[in-house]
Ligand binder design. Structure first.
Ligand code: HEC
Length: 97
């Protein structure tokens, strides 16, 4: 049964992408809005990630995941994403204005 859970998550992600043709991006980009602001436009002490260089975002997230970049929270969060998902996140946020 446990093995089915990631599969269901994948199906849910695909379903979300199909249900919202306006956005080619999967639901998990929204996981970042709470802290980094809607679409990454932060107006708090947390750094804005909207419109930042894609390579910077991707490398930074991978560095958080690897533990080579010190962080208070992002090193934990980044571990929840595959490198492919990180590339999608970097692409999404780099395209926000
Ligand atoms: C619980 C709040 C929280 C969430 C959720 C969150 N972040 Fe962060 N993020 C932070 C904080 C705080 C920092 C500053 C580094 C640190 O202390 O962890 C940060 C830093 C970053 C940085 C580095 C910015 C810079 O200027 O170098 C990137 C990139 C980033 N986050 C991307 C994301 C992405 C993508 C997501 C969604 C998967 C996300 N964050 C979700 C709080 C959050």
């Amino acid at each position: 049964m446990k093995k089915l859970i990631p599969l269901i998550g994948l199906l849910a992600a695909t379903g979300a992408a199909v249900a919202e043709p306006a956005s080619p991006y999967p639901y998990f980009v929204g996981n970042c809005f709470n802290c980094h602001g809607t679409e990454g436009r932060s107006n708090s002490a947390i750094p804005a990630i909207a419109g930042r260089d894609k390579a910077y975002l991707e490398n930074t997230l991978k560095a958080f995941k690897a533990g080579s970049k010190p962080a208070t929270i992002m090193h934990q969060l980044a571990k929840g994403y595959t490198d492919e998902e990180i590339a999608v996140l970097a692409d999404y946020f780099s395209r926000q204005k």
